[in-house]
Ligand binder design. Structure first.
Ligand SMILES: Cc1ncc(COP(=O)(O)O)c(C=O)c1O
Length: 378
C-alpha cells in the first residue's frame, strides 16, 4: 500500500512496505523460503528463481523505498546480503576500466581494499576527505562520486546538495552511503544523489543480529544495472534476514529517537570533561559538522566519538564500562563502543573511541560512561 508523503516518521515506519490487508492473511507475511517457484511454460512473472527475487524481499524493498524517498513512486530499492555487497554492486556495476571514481579518504575502513580492487580493474581512484566538501576539487572527469556523510568514524559531514550539483555538472553520478544517518535521518535522493546505499546491519535494523545492505536508486536504467550485478554475484539476503529486517523497521523511529537522544545526552555530558579531547557529535550545536548537518539531516545519528590521552587509558575505560559492550559495529539497541585503532585501518589516534548509544535509560548510560572515565584516569 503506497503511503502518503505527509505522514509522520513513526507512522511511516510501522506501516512501511505492508501489503494490502487481506482477510485471514497476516499483516506482514512470514519469510518465503524458496530456491525456485512454480514456472510452467514461458518464463514470466516476478518470482522465478530465488537468486533473482523473493516476495519477502519485495515487501522489505518497498518498505525501505518508502523511508528513503516518501511518495516517490519511480524510486526502486534492491536488498543485498550486507552493506559491502550493496556498495560493491553500485561501484562494480557502474565503473569500468578507464573510468575515474572519487572516494572519501576517511570513509569506512574497508574502502582501502575496495580501492585496491578498483585499481586492479583499471579504474582510477581519487580520494579526498569528507569535511569542507574537499571532494569538489577532484571531480573533473569523474564517472562516479562516492559520499559517506556523516563519515565513519570521524563524523565529518559534507554538503550533499552542493557536491551532487557539482558532480552532475561534470557528468558524474552520485552515491551516498546513508548507513549512519538511516533514511529517517537523511534522504540522499532528495538532496540530489542518484543512489542511496547503506548497511542495514546498523541502526536500520538495530538489534545486532543480521547483516543486510540496500541500494535505493532514482532511475530505472541504473536500477537494472545494479540488479544485474546482484544476479551475477549472488550477494542476496536470506528470506529470514529480510523478514527480520522488515519486522525491525517498525521500531526504527522509536529506536532512533531514544538512541539519538542518548547520544546527544552523552555528548553534552562529555563536553566539559578535561580528560577527553576531539569530542564529535553532529547534533552538538558547536560541533564542526553541525551547520551543514542541520541543513540536510533530520536526525543526527547515535554515534559519538572522542579521544582519550593514551591507548592504555582507552583500554582501561573500555574494561570499566558495565552497560556498554566492547564490540565493533554500531546502531544497536545495546550500547557498544570500541577503541577503533585496534583494527589498524582508520587514521585515528590510539585513544580514539567510537561510541554507539543504545536504547538504555539515559541517566544509566551517562552515569556508566562517566564512572568508567573516572576509573580509567587512575
Ligand atoms: C558507513 C558504513 N558503510 C558500510 C558498511 C558495511 O556494512 P556491512 O558490514 O553490513 O557490510 C559499514 C560497516 O560498518 C559502515 O560503517
Amino acid at each position: 500500500m503506497t503511503q502518503s508523503a505527509q505522514i509522520g516518521d513513526g507512522t511511516r515506519a510501522v506501516r512501511a512496505g505492508l501489503p494490502e490487508a487481506l482477510k485471514n492473511e497476516p499483516t506482514l507475511p512470514g519469510p518465503v523460503f524458496a530456491a525456485h517457484f512454480h514456472l510452467p511454460g514461458d518464463v514470466s512473472g516476478p518470482y522465478t528463481y530465488g537468486r533473482d527475487d523473493n516476495p519477502t524481499w519485495t515487501h522489505l524493498e518497498r518498505a525501505i523505498g518508502e523511508l528513503e524517498a516518501p511518495g516517490q513512486e519511480d524510486v526502486d530499492t534492491l536488498v543485498f546480503a550486507s552493506g559491502m555487497a550493496a556498495i560493491s554492486a553500485v561501484l562494480f556495476s557502474q565503473l569500468k576500466a578507464g573510468d575515474v571514481v572519487v572516494l572519501p579518504s576517511d570513509g569506512y575502513q574497508v574502502f582501502p581494499l575496495v580501492r585496491e580492487q578498483l585499481t586492479a580493474f583499471g579504474i582510477e581512484v581519487r580520494t579526498a576527505p569528507t569535511g569542507g566538501d574537499a571532494q569538489l576539487d577532484v571531480l573533473d572527469g569523474a564517472k562516479l562520486l562516492w559520499i559517506e556523510t556523516p563519515s565513519n568514524p570521524g563524523l565529518d559531514v559534507c554538503d550533499v546538495r552542493r557536491l551532487a550539483e557539482a558532480a552532475h555538472a561534470c557528468g558524474a553520478l552520485v552515491a551516498v552511503d546513508n548507513t549512519l544517518a538511516t533514511p529517517l535521518g537523511q534522504r540522499p535522493l532528495e538532496l540530489g544523489a542518484d543512489f542511496s546505499v547503506a548497511s542495514g546491519t546498523k541502526q536500520l535494523t538495530g538489534h545486532g543480529d543480521i547483516l543486510l545492505g540496500y541500494v535505493t536508486c532514482r532511475d530505472a536504467e541504473l536500477t537494472a544495472s545494479v540488479r544485474g550485478w546482484r544476479k551475477i554475484v549472488g550477494a542476496i539476503p536470506g528470506p529470514m534476514e529480510a523478514w527480520l529486517a522488515h519486522r525491525s523497521l517498525a521500531t526504527l523511529q522509536l529506536r532512533a529517537e531514544r538512541q539519538n537522544a542518548n547520544a546527544l545526552a552523552l555528548a553534552l555530558a562529555l563536553r566539559d570533561r578535561d580528560d577527553i579531547e576531539g569530542l564529535r557529535y553532529p547534533g552538538l550545536p558547536d560541533d564542526p559538522s553541525h551547520k551543514i548537518a542541520a541543513q540536510q539531516m533530520r536526525r543526527f545519528g547515535c554515534v559519538v566519538s572522542f579521544t582519550l590521552p593514551t591507548r592504555a587509558r582507552a583500554e582501561r575505560f573500555m574494561k570499566a564500562l558495565t552497560l556498554v559492550d566492547d564490540a565493533t559495529s554500531f546502531g544497536g539497541v545495546r550500547s557498544t563502543a570500541e577503541r577503533r585503532r585496534r583494527w589498524g585501518g582508520d587514521d585515528v589516534s590510539e585513544g580514539f573511541i567510537r561510541f554507539s548509544a543504545g536504547a538504555e535509560d539515559p541517566d544509566d548510560l551517562v552515569a556508566d560512561v562517566l564512572r568508567a572515565l573516572d576509573e580509567a584516569a587512575v
